[in-house]
Design a protein around this ligand. Sequence first.
Ligand SMILES: Nc1nc2c(ncn2[C@@H]2O[C@H](COP(=O)(O)OP(=O)(O)OP(=O)(O)O)[C@@H](O)[C@H]2O)c(=O)[nH]1
Ligand SMILES: [Mg+2]
Length: 221
Amino acid sequence: MEKEVIDLKIDIYEENQKIGEEIRKELTARNILSVNILGSAGAGKTSVLVRLIERLKGIPVTVIEGDLETDIDTRKLQSLGIDAYQINTNGICHLDSPMIRAILGKKEIAPGTILFVENIGNLVCPAEFDIGEHLRIVVSSVPEGSDKPYKYPIIFQHASAIVLNKSDLMPYIDFDETYFREGVGVMNPSAPVFDVCAKDGTGFDMLAEWLTGEKAKFKQK
Ligand SMILES: Nc1nc2c(ncn2[C@@H]2O[C@H](COP(=O)(O)OP(=O)(O)OP(=O)(O)O)[C@@H](O)[C@H]2O)c(=O)[nH]1
Ligand SMILES: [Mg+2]
């Protein structure tokens, strides 16, 4: 019997990309800026979001939280008055564009909103799946080590900006910031790198200023 080999990997990527493009087009038409937040488990993605949103006064914000299980992060954001929704992937290691399309079909988001999507905590799979975003912010953190841009190049290559969180831990960790920044510079020379500490809010004014600038450029398009 003849066998037909179907390359599912390519099919899945192509379909995901196609839906991602459709989402991006629709969000652009509705003046909703979508920002994909990526990084390892525990890098501080939710903590960074909280500090950043505090500084985006006057800009409506919605957050979609992606986690394998639980709505812990969503409840944390909602308790701070932030409009937040949960996607549980039940074991899948990344968000994809059909998941985002499904949640967008059920929620009203006002024009002018920044839609943040906190992706699943990991440095590999989320980098490979378009979710219809306009910008990608990669959150790295001091305890993860300064070699991460070299070991996980794809996620850094496609970042619009990189946030280096937990700067308060610099004195306790053997972190070579020059090496980290050189690695980012090789992979993605145009991406700004922001040193922040979500624990006390240090460095977030500059990050908020950058994002506000990106939003203004987005509106002019
Ligand atoms: N010392 C220090 N701890 C931090 C900082 N930012 C976050 N944390 C702590 O790091 C842990 C993880 O933070 P989260 O914001 O939950 O990280 P996350 O990336 O959203 O985690 P997942 O959603 O589980 O992938 C928490 O205990 C935070 O309190 C920081 O700047 N300094
Ligand atoms: Mg989180």
